[in-house]
Design a protein around this ligand. Structure first.
Ligand SMILES: Nc1ncnc2c1ncn2[C@@H]1O[C@H](COP(=O)(O)OP(=O)(O)OP(=O)(O)O)[C@@H](O)[C@H]1O
Ligand SMILES: Nc1ncnc2c1ncn2[C@@H]1O[C@H](COP(=O)(O)OP(=O)(O)OP(=O)(O)O)[C@@H](O)[C@H]1O
Ligand SMILES: [Mg+2]
Ligand SMILES: [Mg+2]
Lengths: 228, 228
């Protein structure tokens, strides 16, 4: 379903070269919940950004549902993401002038969904992440973990086929994290969603079907999760 | 050294009232490494912001080294922070146009330290957080955990008497987190620094001398850390 072949990403800063991704090949099945684990700076966010088409690789191929993502034009990538992808960012990226509910409903506006339907979906997702009582708060009226949960609700509101999650529970306590991951796992089973979650937390990675370990831009190890 | 008495913070959003801090009283000794633990939304960041004078409480008193912080004017609070405080933010707050080294050196410019000295201190701290090789990267050329570590180095560069740390390792893997906390603990012992660290991670809280548990804006529990 997702086929990654010989993926490389080299950044240049001044005269130095950084091999953020150093030859990644991997296949991810449809409906799979896949965790990518590694230390700070190992290449996790870079890999996710490539897969979501947010940044081009230096070389290599990424096929999603048979379609080559590398080399698509910007408008094609935007259309692809709008139709198929939900993205949970490492640094939230909420719109500061919109409330929690409006932030969650926003992706549905781009899909031409009616206002009544958007509100209904957004409120349902805010309930699932425990934020119903905070629906009218703006981001600066929310705690760090609450902002993170708004980002999670927003990514899920379009019922995406693929969810890319970059450290989705980095700002949450372990009880809330476990609740969120259990919810995401259950939703993905119901809707056959593919989830690719980056995390530095081994303990949380065990919620996934498969754990891919990455170090210095290379895959070092692949193992099964606890609930596979 | 830090005396908190009957601290309350009530936020208003539309017609609703949020009791972010609901009666906090606590004494923190000089040189103590104190962890504040609680779930998402329990009031941790709010408490830290009050202690650093970044926001006024609704009522209550905060005395630091005998001096009442509540009610000070903005310029007095700015001067107090510049002289005595290092703050590690939950969302990094780096200057996007400056490199890692320049971001770390910045607080020293406000203290009138010479350029040679600033560079020397900044590089020393970047070495301690494992970022020497990334000193010339701007924030958008750094991973999430690397940005967090720049924030940590910046807070420590002025040798502050008090370090306020809001989830300082939320974006770091457990090995890097343990290294960072061990380093912070060692520095605080050497310089008799007081560290007040907010974290949702029980495991990391054990690096502290004392663990203060907070829930719905109230203290529920105080216990000793493992290394006290
Ligand atoms: N400016 C504000 N206006 C309204 N409510 C606020 C504001 N700031 C915080 N709150 C609310 O106060 C409560 C405590 O927030 P706080 O940021 O202290 O939580 P926290 O313990 O740091 O949580 P986290 O672990 O998620 O960062 C939350 O319910 C939050 O929504
Ligand atoms: N735009 C860029 N320019 C230069 N170097 C970059 C850029 N983006 C990332 N890097 C570097 O590439 C490496 C991998 O970064 P990446 O963000 O993928 O790490 P990560 O595994 O997500 O780390 P973390 O757990 O800290 O978020 C890091 O060494 C980082 O400094
Ligand atoms: Mg990252
Ligand atoms: Mg917080």
């Amino acid at each position: 379903f997702i086929e990654i072949k010989d993926l490389y990403k080299v950044y240049r800063v001044g005269s130095e070269k950084i091999h953020a991704l150093d030859g990644i090949s991997l296949t991810i099945e449809e409906g799979e919940f896949c965790a990518i684990v590694g230390t700070s700076g190992s290449g996790k966010s870079t890999l996710l950004n490539m897969l979501a088409g947010l940044e081009p690789p230096t070389k290599g191929s990424i096929k999603i549902d048979g379609r080559e993502i590398v080399g698509l034009k910007e408008n094609q990538l935007v259309a692809f993401r709008r139709e198929h992808v939900g993205f949970i960012f490492q640094s939230f990226n909420l719109i500061p002038t919109l409330t929690a509910k409006e932030n969650v409903a926003l992706p549905l506006t781009f899909q031409g969904v009616s206002k009544a339907q958007r509100n209904k979906r957004a409120l349902a997702l805010l309930k699932q992440t425990g934020l119903y009582d905070h629906k009218n708060h703006k981001p600066n009226q929310l705690s760090g973990g609450q902002q993170q949960r708004v980002g999670i609700s927003r990514a899920l509101v379009v019922d995406p086929e693929i969810v890319f999650a970059d450290e989705p529970t980095g700002n949450l306590d372990s009880a809330t994290s476990a609740e969120i991951l259990t919810m995401m796992r259950r939703i993905s089973r119901e809707k056959n969603q593919t989830i690719i979650m980056v995390t530095h937390d081994d303990h949380l990675a065990r919620f996934a079907d498969r754990i891919i370990r990455i170090s210095d831009g290379k895959i070092t190890h692949i193992e099964e999760g606890d609930l596979a």
